[in-house]
Design a binder for this molecule. Structure first.
Ligand code: ZN
Length: 419
C-alpha cells in the first residue's frame, strides 16, 4: 500500500484532467476498475461538470531566470485549477497571488480555485519573504477547456445485488494521507474481496474527485442508489493517529454499529462522532434526498492534524503499519456486515445438550467457560428471531467473529435456522 502511495504521490491530480486520469490508469494495474468520462457541461444534480484542467508547467522566475517557485519540484506549487498566464510583473503585483503558511514557514500550502477562475502559486512563507523586489516572470502553462471529468469504478459482484459502497476521493495532488492513503487501502481491500470464495454483498468501489465526483456519480446512478445497503468513505487512513469514525446521517445504520463494534474490540484508542454536513463525499451520500447508510472511516480527521493540506502531508506522514491497521479494521467491519443475520434456536426449551453433540468441553467445573462455549450459550439464548448476531455480540461483549463462529457450529449441528 505504501508503495502505491509512493507511486501516485508526484502526480498533479485535480477534480478533472490527466493527473486524475493517470492515477486511475495506474490503479488499473492493480484492480480491473473502469474509467468513466463525463463531459464538461453535463448537468449533475444541482451542479455542472466543470471544464477540464490540465497543466504542463508553472513557475515564478527572478530577473536572472532562476525559478524561485517551481511546479516541477512539487505539484502543490500551483493554485490547483489556475488559469493560464505568461507575463512579467513586479513583486507587489504578484504578492496577492502567492499563498503561504506564516505559522509553518517551511511548508507549502495546498490551495484550489475550482469554481471561480483564478491563478496563483503556493510556496513556503520563508521563500516568499526572502524574495527581493523587482520584476518576476510568471508562467502557468495550463489549459481550462471543455473536456471531461474522470472517475474510476470497480464492481465486485456478490450473491445478492445489495451493495456495499466504498468511496475515496482521488483529486488531491501531492498529498499522501489526504487522498492517497484512502486510495491505497481501497485497492488492497478490493483485491482481498475479489479473492474471497464467496461474498454475500456486491461491492462497488468509487475513485472520484471530491464533491463533484460523488455528485456526478449519484446523478447518473439513481437506479443503483436504492441497492446501497452499507457504505464507507475512506480518507486519511495512513497517519499514526487512532481511528476516527464519523457516523452516517442515520446514526444507527448497521454500518455505524458494525464500525463501533469493531473499534471497541481493536484495543486501540478511537473516536466516534456524529454526522456533520462537511468533510468528504459522505456529505453527498448523506444529503437528505439520498440519506444513505454511509459513514466516514479515518484515522486523524481532515483539518485535525497540522500537516493537513500542506506539503508536510507527505510520504513520511503515511506509515505502512497504519495503512495495514486501517485495512485490517475495515476488513473486519465488512466481515461483520457479511456475517450478520438473525437466527432461531430450534431447541429453545432448556439448553440443548451440547456435550452430546461435541460442542462442549468434557471437563466441567472450570470457573470461566472458554470463549467458544460462552458464545454458544449467548447465540442459543438470544437467537429468537429478533436479535441479530451483532446484537448478541454487543450484549455478550464479545468480538463478532466469535459469535459468528458459534452460530456456524450450531447451524452445522442443526440447532439453529435462519430467521
Ligand atoms: Zn483534502
Amino acid at each position: 500500500m505504501h508503495a502505491l502511495v509512493t507511486d501516485l504521490y508526484p502526480l498533479c491530480r485535480s477534480i478533472t484532467g490527466e493527473g486524475l486520469r493517470e492515477t486511475l490508469r495506474r490503479l488499473q494495474k492493480h484492480v480491473p476498475l473502469e474509467i468513466h468520462e463525463v463531459k464538461s457541461g453535463t448537468p449533475v444534480l444541482d451542479w455542472t461538470v466543470p471544464k477540464e484542467w490540465n497543466i504542463r508547467d508553472a513557475y515564478v522566475a527572478d530577473a536572472k531566470g532562476t525559478r524561485v517557485i517551481d511546479f516541477k519540484r512539487s505539484s502543490l506549487h500551483v493554485l490547483n485549477y489556475s488559469t493560464p498566464i505568461r507575463t512579467k510583473m513586479p513583486l507587489a503585483e504578484l504578492r496577492p497571488h502567492l499563498f503561504t503558511l506564516p505559522d509553518h514557514p517551511d511548508w507549502v500550502p495546498y490551495r484550489t480555485s475550482y469554481y471561480s477562475e483564478a491563478w496563483g502559486f503556493c510556496a513556503a512563507h520563508r521563500v516568499v519573504e526572502a524574495l527581493p523586489d523587482g520584476e518576476y516572470e510568471v508562467v502557468i502553462d495550463s489549459t481550462l477547456v471543455p473536456g471531461a471529468l474522470s472517475y474510476g469504478e470497480l464492481v465486485i459482484p456478490g450473491e445478492t445485488t445489495d451493495e456495499v459502497l466504498l468511496s475515496c476521493h482521488s483529486c488531491h495532488p501531492s498529498l499522501a494521507n489526504d487522498n492517497l492513503s484512502g486510495i491505497a487501502v481501497a485497492v488492497a481491500l478490493a483485491k482481498r474481496l475479489a479473492a474471497q470464495p464467496r461474498r454475500r454483498f456486491t461491492y462497488r468501489f468509487l475513485f472520484i474527485p471530491g464533491t463533484i465526483g460523488s455528485i456526478t456519480w449519484l446523478a447518473a446512478h439513481e437506479d443503483v442508489v436504492p441497492r446501497i445497503t452499507h457504505g464507507l468513505v475512506l480518507s486519511c487512513v495512513g497517519d499514526a493517529g487512532g481511528f476516527t469514525y464519523k457516523r452516517s446521517r442515520r446514526g444507527d445504520a448497521p454500518v455505524d454499529r458494525a464500525v463501533a463494534h469493531v473499534l471497541r474490540h481493536t484495543g486501540t484508542s478511537h473516536t466516534i462522532t456524529d454526522f456533520v454536513p462537511y468533510g468528504y463525499d459522505e456529505r453527498q451520500y448523506c444529503s437528505p434526498g439520498f440519506n444513505l447508510a454511509v459513514g466516514c472511516f479515518m484515522r486523524t480527521p481532515n483539518g485535525k492534524y497540522p500537516e493537513y493540506h500542506t506539503s508536510a502531508d507527505n510520504l513520511s506522514l503515511v506509515k505502512p503499519e497504519a495503512l495495514e491497521g486501517s485495512l485490517a479494521a475495515v476488513s473486519t467491519v465488512l466481515a461483520v456486515l457479511e456475517g450478520d443475520g438473525r437466527f432461531r434456536n430450534l431447541s429453545p426449551k432448556g439448553e440443548p445438550q451440547l456435550g452430546r453433540r461435541g460442542l462442549y468441553g468434557a471437563t466441567g467445573g472450570a470457573a470461566q467457560l472458554p470463549g467458544f462455549e460462552f458464545a454458544l450459550l449467548w447465540v442459543l439464548n438470544y437467537s429468537d428471531g429478533s436479535n441479530s448476531l451483532l446484537d448478541i455480540a454487543e450484549r455478550a461483549g464479545m468480538p463478532f467473529a466469535q459469535i459468528r463462529a458459534a452460530a456456524d457450529a450450531l447451524l452445522a449441528k442443526g440447532l439453529l435456522e435462519a430467521a
